[in-house]
Design a protein around this ligand. Structure first.
Ligand SMILES: [Zn+2]
Length: 600
């Protein structure tokens, strides 16, 4: 393993003992056993009886189901978190596998309950939905019933769930392991994927080009296997959708996201029609870098070379300051993540790549996972994941079911927290060149979150549609679809030669098909709220926190109304993109002011 520069994050490891002491903590086994027993008793008590329950009895039953699922979810979360910091440890992998099986078995036991609720005739359901005893579960019941037209018989659903262990989730796990094993041959050593990717942020074009070539080389082993896994996921999804009667490959995702095919199409059309913004920025960037045209590996290059690393302590101060300035309450909550070891920060051998926040740990605070490298992106990633952490923390009182947010609102607090932190970073910087650099970084993040995700959605759309209409895709076809959708985004502003295999390291395509547009949806939604906060100031703090506290207990449309936004207004998507254009105007003005890249 290559030596990584020290950031002070090396010892910032999380303490998972709020979940369990260790993988062989007897409490873990006891919990699993209790969940299994309770699930069996639950089935005995309620199977084929849901339609006979009174409102109060149904409320009690839902409470009990939530309790059972919370117990096992806690164990499963522990296993995943424990595994993510050392993926080479077979004991940890085995626990994940075993608990995944237990989880599927439990889901199988409890499956009938949701199906029977979904199966209630409308008159009976309407009567229950006005009963005060069930008020807490209104949205949950409605959400269950919206899948009604797409559910199969219990026997069929049972086979689906049980076979998923050896089917779709096994393929997902294989893909994750293949990604985790990727080593990049760089400068005579083998480095991890994260570290190689971070070289694309270097100010030295040769370093970026070398890193990009090395990444392409590192992606090569297993590429055909990963393409095969992707093909399998594509066909699996097409079978699911056909049997269930979903209209398009994305329809089930949209329904799950509490949104509609029409709203998502409006978002996609809005973004695709504004691809020109991206091209305008990349042309400005080429001028600023003194290049004729950007190559794909130049997109993340800093405008002013800044090799300095931000220490963990400094990052903590910046991020914490941003959250504290917003409100004392948010500052206090975020501070606990640092003080009480709820974060795992350093880059470590055999650690999973990327960053995430485990927000739905029933009855326990969330945990934040990341690979802190000390660059600007790392600070904003920290701010991002802590936004999720804040959101998850505020929804603990809601319990497992109501805290769970659809993907469309899951990114609200993370994007908002990033925006707050960005403002602080900009305010702390006086050097105009560095300000331009920061602004450019912000624009690039917006491009990555909105336009890149939409272009990746176009890639997914292409391959899912092609798999359905023409059959299995060759590796070459994946590359063609990838390059076509990326070139449509960049037009002539970026050279994509050599970029063909880079679709193959994006886990969302495999683990959560259709996921990526939710970033754009959530980002533009959060940005709309943030702009309102900038406009109206502190009077927006409480309404915003109210949105977070409601978790997933209300549909996004209702949440948006709390801050006076109408999600059915297509202007929502446009206004977020207009914000990006304003930043681009500001960056161009700043470039003119300091006299770089002018008139060339
Ligand atoms: Zn996120």
């Amino acid at each position: 393993m290559a030596t990584t520069e020290l950031t002070g994050a090396e010892d910032v490891a999380w303490d998972l003992s709020d979940l369990y002491e260790s993988g062989d903590d007897p409490r873990l086994e006891a919990d699993v056993g209790e969940a299994e027993d309770a699930a069996e008793a639950f089935r005995e008590r309620y199977y084929e009886k849901v339609s006979t329950l009174s409102a109060q009895e149904l409320a009690d039953a839902i409470d009990e189901q939530e309790r059972i699922e919370s117990i096992l979810t806690r164990a499963i979360y522990y296993a995943h978190l424990w595994f993510s910091t050392d993926m080479a440890d077979s004991e940890r992998g085995a626990l994940v596998a075993r608990l995944t099986e237990k989880g599927a078995a439990l889901d199988t036991q409890l499956l009938f309950f949701g199906l029977e609720i979904a199966d209630l005739d409308d008159a009976a359901a309407d009567a229950l939905l006005v009963a005060p005893e069930l008020e807490r579960w209104h949205h949950w019941i409605r959400s269950l019933r919206k899948f009604r037209p797409y559910l199969l018989s219990e026997a069929e659903e049972k086979i689906f769930t049980e076979k998923s262990v050896s089917g779709v989730s096994a393929w997902g796990r294989l893909f994750e392991e293949l990604l985790g094993a990727i080593k990049v041959p760089l400068d005579g050593e083998e480095v991890g994927f994260e570290e190689a990717i971070s070289k694309l942020y270097s100010g030295d074009r040769e370093v970026r080009r070398t890193a990009a070539d090395a990444i392409t080389e590192g992606l090569e082993p297993g590429l055909r296997t990963r393409a095969y896994v992707f093909n399998t996921i594509l066909v699996d999804k097409s079978i699911d959708d056909r049997l269930r009667g979903y209209e398009t490959w994305i329809s089930s995702r949209n329904l799950r996201n509490d949104t509609t095919d029409e709203a998502v199409q409006a978002l996609i059309d809005a973004a695709v029609s504004r691809y020109g913004v991206v091209q305008r920025y990349y042309k400005l960037k080429a001028r600023l870098l003194g290049l004729d045209r950007l190559a794909y590996y130049d997109r993340m290059a800093p405008l002013a070379d800044d090799p300095s690393k931000v220490s963990w302590d400094e990052a903590r101060e910046i991020v914490l300051g941003a959250y504290s300035d917003f409100s004392t309450e948010t500052g206090d909550i975020v501070e606990r993540f640092f003080d009480e070891s709820w974060i795992d920060a350093p880059v470590r051998e055999n650690k999973r790549t990327g960053a995430f926040c485990a927000t739905t740990v029933p009855g326990v605070h969330p945990y934040v996972f990341m690979n802190y490298t000390g660059d600007r992106r790392s600070i904003l990633t920290l701010a991002h994941e802590l936004g999720h952490g804040l959101h998850g923390y505020l929804t603990i009182p809601l319990g497992l079911f109501n805290a769970d947010t659809p993907l469309t609102t899951a990114e609200t607090a993370s994007v908002f927290g990033e925006a707050l932190t960005f403002k602080r970073l900009l305010a702390l910087e006086e050097d105009p060149r560095k300000r331009l650099n920061l602004l450019a970084g912000r624009i690039e993040d917006s491009i990555a979150t909105v336009f890149r995700q939409i272009s990746m959605n176009r890639f997914e759309d292409a391959v899912h549609t092609e798999r359905r209409n023409q059959g299995e895709l060759s590796l070459e076809r994946f590359e063609e679809c990838w390059l076509e959708t990326q070139q449509s985004l960049f037009a002539d502003s970026v050279d994509t030669d050599g970029y063909g295999s880079w679709w193959s390291y994006i886990p969302h395509f495999i683990g959560t098909p259709g996921y990526v547009y939710a970033y754009a949806y959530g980002f533009l939604f959060a940005l709309a709220i943030f702009r309102r906060y900038e406009l109206e100031g502190d009077s927006m703090v409480e309404p915003y926190l109210e949105i977070l506290r409601l978790g997933g207990s209300k549909p996004p449309e209702e949440l948006a109304r709390i801050v006076g936004l109408d999600l059915t207004d297509p202007g929502i998507w446009e206004s977020g993109i207009d914000a990006l254009v304003e930043e681009l105007d500001a960056a161009e003005a700043l470039a003119r002011e300091i006299g770089i890249g002018v008139g060339s």
